[in-house]
Write a protein that binds this ligand. Sequence first.
Ligand code: SF4
Length: 315
Amino acid sequence: MSQEITPEATSRRNFLKRFGITLGAASTVSGLGLLSACTNDDEMVSLLTTDGKTVQVPKSQMKIDLKKMEERGREGLPGKKFVMVIDLAKCRNARKCMAACQGAHHLKPEQHHINVLRMENDKRTGFYFQPKPCMHCDNPPCTKVCPVDATFKRQDGIVLIDNERCIGCRFCIAACPYSARVFNWSEPKYVEGDDDRVYDIELNVPQKKGTITKCLFSADRLRIGKLPYCVSACENGVYWFGDANEDAVTNGTSKETTRLSTLLEENAGYTLMPELGTKPSVYYLPPKDRLFKYNYDAETDDWMKLHDKEAEAKS
Ligand code: SF4
């Protein structure tokens, strides 16, 4: 079926070209990971544009330049140095961050790119909750041990994995001091539309059995100027995210933007295990003046349900 390229389609083509996708008469594609493509009965493909709109493109005229997609995924965003600040005083173990991340990356419930841990050094100290993503280290031990260059660090500071290259040796899991990586032991969670979906290095979707997966700082969202999935999903103001080169971070809940340096200085921010020299891009603010009652039910130790209990009491 031949399709006429209308002016509208031409502008779409310009858009698609920017992102390494070209329209051509002979080539076909039935999925586009980066832009969430799907095919319907009349052979049109729906693409999600950078501004969140859906456009229809004839399937018969679309071709993805996979090489270009991989290249831009490896290069990252020029001039940026992404950074996250996690305010431990505000984390109430709501786990909305985890749910959003797992949904976006098609993870099974037992797989975590970000995990909320209950921390307590001593029974006298009380506990706090600590979300733990990949630290996107500036000096990452994980990338140095990969024998096939499947995991790498980009110019914007994000450490990614190319699951098309990963051979599942798990050297990187052993090298990471933050236990930030997980192995896909089984077939990935089935999500409708994944069958024909083109693998996206910035989303790690579809997941692939026998390979490694981990937090990506939502590189696909950053490319379109949005905050990471976890940051946007949090309702408690835990996450700040931004660009260290601009010395600016934005809170995912309040949308307030502030200076990174001031936030860290005034609150005595810190990184995990600085003695290792990994230079994390994730900072923590100490769990001072926590927003929850941290001695609520020591006998049952039912801390996982804390958030639900508080919500129940309020309703
Ligand atoms: Fe690599 Fe672990 Fe550092 Fe992430 S936290 S960059 S996986 S060493």
